[in-house]
Design a protein around this ligand. Structure first.
Ligand SMILES: [Zn+2]
Length: 199
């Protein structure tokens, strides 16, 4: 039994801090799930309300505390949530990571415009993502089968009586696809290879 199969399935969450309190040297905040923007806004409202921010007198004098910041995050599979990222953006990323895991973080790290793309359309990730394999060559073999190429080659072999004389070169195919820019690949922390369509 392998001891290293700790594929964590923590719901992506952020530590929401009250900025005014923080600037005042007080830590007022809480861990909140970051997969649904409405839910996170509701949780932020809870963090920003309540009696911990100061006495009624202080709050009346200085005004209520309104600004929050994300001071920590977990369950984002390597994606770094920035302190002042919008709730909508954080939750768009969180929801995708909860569904597809580390592949999303690899995809976001590959191209900074991808973050903007999913803010506008959550399907942008699925448009690029092909899936994960043991190796890129394994992806190529599967692709080759799916195009009917493998069967055609077999028929060709049979027709000519040259069994197995011509082979599909998966490694070369991967190399060509990467060079011409139709795919790109990334290896995750468990050494699985994720394949993406280039745009
Ligand atoms: Zn506060």
């Amino acid at each position: 039994m392998s001891a290293e199969t700790t594929t964590e399935t923590t719901t992506p969450r952020v530590w929401v801090a009250c900025l005014a309190c923080y600037n005042d040297g007080k830590l007022v905040g809480a861990w909140c799930d970051a997969v649904d923007a409405d839910d996170l806004w509701a949780d932020i409202a809870k963090v920003m309300g309540g009696p911990k921010h100061g006495t009624a007198r202080e709050l009346a004098f200085y005004g209520p505390h309104e600004e929050h910041a994300f001071h920590d995050h977990e369950g984002f599979a390597g994606y770094r949530v920035s302190e002042y990222e919008t709730v909508e953006s954080v939750c768009a990323v969180g929801a995708l990571i909860e569904e597809h895991g580390e592949a999303v973080a690899l995809w976001l790290a590959n191209d900074s415009t991808n973050l903007e793309r999913i803010r506008e359309d959550a399907d942008a990730f699925a448009e690029d993502y092909q899936g994960e394999w043991e190796s890129a060559e394994e992806w190529a073999e599967e692709f080759w089968e799916s195009t009917g190429g493998a069967q055609e080659l077999e028929q060709w072999h049979e027709a000519h009586g040259w069994a197995g004389s011509v082979r599909f070169d998966a490694a070369h195919f991967v190399h060509e696809c990467e060079c011409e820019g139709s795919i790109w690949t990334a290896t995750d922390s468990a050494y699985r290879v994720h394949v993406f369509h280039s745009r």
